[in-house]
Design a binder for this molecule. Structure first.
Ligand SMILES: [Zn+2]
Length: 174
């Protein structure tokens, strides 16, 4: 688990700058979630580097809108979307609350792998079709749930990604 970083003594200009960075990297979706489009870390939380510090996007968003997070507190999601940084969907709680909340919502850790990239989906589709790896094996290989693999296979997810004839991993740019 990455460390929770809290910004300390941020100047008002720094705060404005960070706020701008955050708001430039979101997509607002139908339920009001501000979905982080930048990179994300294991656990599925958005993250960004700001002034040489690695920050969780949702915590940074809480701070630029509400002020510093009290020591030891976690920023939790009402909407259950870890990539969401809408301050109205965030609330403070203890790590203990986070765990209880997680159980209440029936959330499981493996559901929160960072989103797959198109490249990975191409590889998965290729492997599903041509190499006959089991779905279970592919799920382990890409650290995603079997239901995600199943949804890709049935065309419920990622239907815009083609089924490649040639092995896409050989086309990967380095
Ligand atoms: Zn949300």
């Amino acid at each position: 688990m990455a460390t929770f970083l809290t910004m300390v003594q941020m100047s008002p200009t720094g705060t404005q700058e960070l706020k701008k960075r955050l708001l430039n990297r979101i997509t607002i979706v139908f339920n009001g979630c501000w979905v982080w489009q930048g990179s994300c870390v294991t656990g599925g939380y958005g993250n960004l580097t700001f002034k040489c510090e690695s920050l969780y996007a949702h915590r940074a968003s809480w701070e630029v809108h509400n002020g510093p997070i009290p020591v030891g507190m976690s920023v939790l999601h009402k909407c259950d979307n870890r990539r969401c940084i809408n301050p109205e969907h965030l609330f403070l709680g203890t790590q203990d609350d986070n765990i209880k909340d997680m159980y209440k919502k029936g959330r499981q850790a493996y559901d929160y792998k960072c989103k797959l990239t198109e490249q990975e989906v191409l590889e998965i589709k290729y492997k599903l079709r041509h190499k006959k790896f089991s779905q279970e094996y592919l799920a382990k290989m890409y650290d995603i749930s079997r239901s995600t693999i199943l949804a890709i296979n049935l065309g419920h997810n990622w239907s815009h990604v083609p089924w490649p004839d040639k092995d896409p991993s050989k086309l990967r740019r380095v």
